[in-house]
Structure formats: structure tokens, C-alpha cells
Ligand binder design. Sequence first.
Ligand SMILES: [Mg+2]
Length: 209
Amino acid sequence: MTTAVYFDLDFTLLQYTDDFEAIFGRAIPDAPDGAYERYVEELIDAFGRLSATPHRDGIDAVLSEFDVGIATDVAVQRYYQSELDATTVPAQTRSALERVATHHPTGILTNGAPKMQRAKVEGHELDSVVDAVVVSNDPDVAARKPAGEIFAAAEDALPADEYVYVGDDYDEDIVGARRAGWDALHVGDDGPEDARRVASVDDAVARIV
Ligand SMILES: [Mg+2]
């Protein structure tokens, strides 16, 4: 009997050293007042309509509505680099991921933009550890947690008898996985207390392996 293990990416495998406004500020320095808020508004809308390029959509909105002397392609590349630079994978998390991957088919299942999420997965060399990376706004997936379709896409990517998901966001990760018939271990502190809440990815892996 095979159990595949999927992990959420942001705030589960990856931690952030900066907030998103600071990340944006490094991509577009000296942005006018209101530019960041406009960016976030467009970004959220783009995620919701399943755009494959939400950051570009957000930056396009800013560059067309505000006087910012920078080309879209340059700003988008800078944004990707800035967000990547603001992420870390704690050593314990990496070794836990490596440990589970030696025993189980292992993947990453994330809500996000395909280019951005893959840049972080590859930038931290997690692609060589896991067997599959499933990203919501990839046109081949086109579904966001907690929707059942993204969990179905993850099952297609890693055939197994049973699935476990490890994530930090109760409503998206834990509720979504359980509705899809998966076991779920919650590394966050939102949502109700339950017996499947764990303190860390390391603790989650200790329960799985
Ligand atoms: Mg998360």
C-alpha cells in the first residue's frame, strides 16, 4: 500500500524574512502612494480568475496607472527575484522533507503562480527532492485549494493508494484535503484544535514515516 505525501509551499516548507510590501518595494523602488494597494488588488483578482501570470497582471496595472519609469518585463523579473530572496527553507524542514521522500512518493501542492512557485521550488533546490509540483494557476491545473479539482490533479501527478497533506492554512489546506478524502496534518495555528495539529513539518514527518 502506497501513501503519497504532499506539502504546501508558502509558510509550510518556506518561511518569509520580509513582508509582501517590502518584497514589492524592492522590485519597484519609490513606487507612488497607492501603487502597492493597486498591485495587491489586481493580484488577488488575477489569482481568483486563474491567470497564469498574476504578478505580471498586478505590475501591468500599476505601470499603466502610475508614473513609474520601469519596463514591465524588468519589474516582473525583479519581483520574482525579490520574492525568492525573501524566502528560506529551515534546515530541519529540508531534512524532514528529504526523510519523507526516501520512504514515500512526495510532492508540493501550492496555490500560486506557476513561474513564481517554481522559481522558489528550484531556487531552494526542492525540485530534486520531490517527485511532483502542482501549482493552482498552472493552466493544466486551473483550480485553487480548497477546490477538489486541485487535489485530483495532485492524485493524477502521483498515483498512490492514500494521500496525506501537510499545510499551514486550515481553510485551504486542511479542509480541502479532508474533503478530497485525504489525511491532513496542520502545521498552522488557525482554525480549530484537533488531533492532527502538529508543531512543525519535522513533527508531521515523524507521524508519517
Ligand atoms: Mg501556506
